[in-house]
Design a protein around this ligand. Sequence first.
Ligand code: S3P
Length: 447
Amino acid sequence: MTDVSRTPLTARRNGPLRGRIRVPGDKSISHRALILGAMTVGETSISGLLEGEDVHRTAAAMRALGAQVERGADGIWKVRGVGVGGFAQPHEALDFGNSGTGCRLTLGAVAGSPVTAVFDGDASLRSRPMKRVLDPLLEMGAKALEVADGGRLPLKLQGAAEPFPVVYEPPVASAQLKSAVLLAGLAAPGETTVIEAEATRDHTERMLKHFGAKISVRPTGSNDVGRRIVLQGQPELEAASVVVPADPSSAAFAIVGALIVPESEVILDAVMTNALRTGLFKTLKEMGAQIETLETRDDGGEEIADLRAKFSNLKGVEVPAERAPSMIDEYPVLAVAASFAQGQTIMRGLSELRVKESDRLEATAAMLRANGVDIAIEGDDLIVNGKGVPPAGGGQVATHMDHRIAMSALVMGLATEQPVGVDDVSFVATSFPGFPELMRSLGADLS
Ligand code: S3P
């Protein structure tokens, strides 16, 4: 279990945000690069890896499973992998701290190796559902030897030397679930198929291709909202070099900050703009945000762009449920933007927010309510009634071990009438180490 002491922080109005920054590497891609590197024979090099707490946990888990994982003096990480099915028996529990992605993807990877591993995490991760991932992995031949009540951590998983290939339709739109099945499917003979009713982030599929796996991805359903993913098992993965682009989910905080603090203008370099991740930018533009794409290019199999955001007069919009997978981590900060907008913003279909690092639907509502915003939860929808002027602020926000609640509240406090405090910023280091310093470099008052 992780024991982190609480570190409060307060955000205050302090003039415009201005400058050009690059936020740290994408968290999803960083986890995947370490895991796939560990499942490949040979040396994988990773530049731009997110050096956050969550990713360090995955690096430690890969070491415990027999891979060599090292950071060079030049900041490039090298992974010497053991090959598909080649993990060594770990001697201690794999502790994923706060990280659902690291834990769930590694469950998939271990499910296709003849080893037994104990998976654990902090109080937040111990409260999150693992049954959704265990169900297909058990179908593939892995065994859950011990599982805490309700299918949670800590749990002990015994992998299968040769898992069964499956045709799997995830009951929830979850890239973690999809990825766990695909990673287990690497060790299975024949084809493992995942049929997604709604497409979720596709970094696992792209990276599998990059490492030489045979994988096909076809759009399905009306308006091509779904995907049929077919992975050929037991491939010869080839060690590769991975370039990790800047994380759009981290860029979101500086972008929303620029939109709500008068006279701001911020440029964010090399942000990943994979369409399955950029629902927030689309929504903000619909709200009238001035977000401009300066230059686009391709790097390491992902599209990236430099983005400029300027202070904007925002208006309320309705965000359809179908957009949720492409912005699932961005609702807390979108709710902040909505609380400065003129009119009502309705965010539909947010049930998955209830099982993130905190119950993010409740935590987001509580964050806004504490700062004088008119907000309601109706079923799985979040409704924010903005008045087109900065909310009062003055609230003390409980972050519930959730990095994104902490960062959203601090961004809000840069533009509210009164300061906004958070009870604990220590979890920000899970995904965005250096967040306070980078925001201060733009002019933010965080102290
Ligand atoms: C992630 C998928 C999402 C997201 C998480 C990262 C990933 O979770 O919330 O921060 O890297 O696959 P779900 O797949 O559970 O929705």
